[in-house]
Design a binder for this molecule. Structure first.
Ligand SMILES: [Zn+2]
Length: 255
């Protein structure tokens, strides 16, 4: 999609100026329902799109393309480490333990599943995203997700994403069985199904990239882009080659 959009916007002789925003929106959508595999999968897709765009920009005769990569907010997913767990446990959607806590503010129910060591879900109800559910809900949230319902997956264990094994070396990650126990998987955890208030990173490459250093308000990004489009950034851009000097530790992304 990124490739086609750039081809159309830049025109047949690749000379038309353009602004393109590419969004990997499922990183967020899958996080809302605490579906770590889905969020990670779409992050890989974003990485492929960014990689294509970087190669396209690098092939320009003049370095005339500013490439920015950022997020509009974060989600509560964290990576706790790794854990060895088999498919039988990971895909078992039968709760093995249910804990309930009643207090003056209401009752909270937490269900524990057999993949608890690899996917710690938020214990809060997800009623807010499912109008048909009454009373306290709980994980696995993605089964009640309107996204999953829209795709027609009604039964337990119907995952809406392909297996992430890479048998043919096309660049997607391998994850093979280790002995009898299963596969080494990321251990992830969610605290909520909502956006967080974290600061998010931004990376920049190309003319005007030096403007995007330090800490900034998100609304500054627009004005920094405007400066790059309308002004001469040549003087500042000369800073970047200095980072290639052998006395500087290597900076990834600096060509
Ligand atoms: Zn969201």
């Amino acid at each position: 999609m990124t490739q086609k959009a750039v081809e159309v916007l830049a025109g047949p002789d690749r000379t038309r100026p353009f602004i393109l925003m590419v969004e990997a929106a499922s990183i967020d959508k899958q996080s809302h329902v605490n579906h770590a595999a889905g969020a990670i999968w779409d992050t890989i897709e974003l990485d492929l799109a960014v990689g294509w765009a970087r190669r396209w920009a690098a092939q320009r005769r003049q370095p005339d393309t500013l490439l920015l990569v950022t997020a509009d907010h974060a989600q509560s997913m964290i990576m706790n480490g790794t854990v060895v767990i088999g498919d039988d446990k990971l895909f078992d959607r039968t709760p093995v333990y249910t804990a309930q806590n009643s207090a003056a503010v209401g009752t909270q129910t937490a269900k524990v599943y057999r993949d608890v060591h690899s996917n710690i879900r938020a214990i809060y109800p997800f009623n807010d995203i499912d109008p048909n559910q009454t009373g306290p809900g709980g994980p696995p949230a993605h089964q009640r997700s309107p996204l999953v319902a829209a795709l027609g997956y009604g039964s337990l264990g119907a995952y809406e994403f392909p297996d992430y094994q890479d048998e043919n070396g096309d660049g997607y990650p391998e994850n093979r069985q280790v002995g009898e126990k299963g596969k080494v998987r990321l251990s992830v955890g969610f605290r909520t199904g909502s956006h967080t208030a974290d600061s998010v990173p931004i990376s920049a490459e190309g003319p005007g990239a030096f403007l995007f250093t330090g800490v900034m308000d998100q609304t500054d990004i627009f004005f920094k882009m405007a400066v790059t489009l309308t002004g001469d950034t040549e003087e500042g851009d000369r800073l970047v080659p200095l980072l290639r000097h052998p006395r500087c530790p290597r900076t990834i992304g600096i060509r």
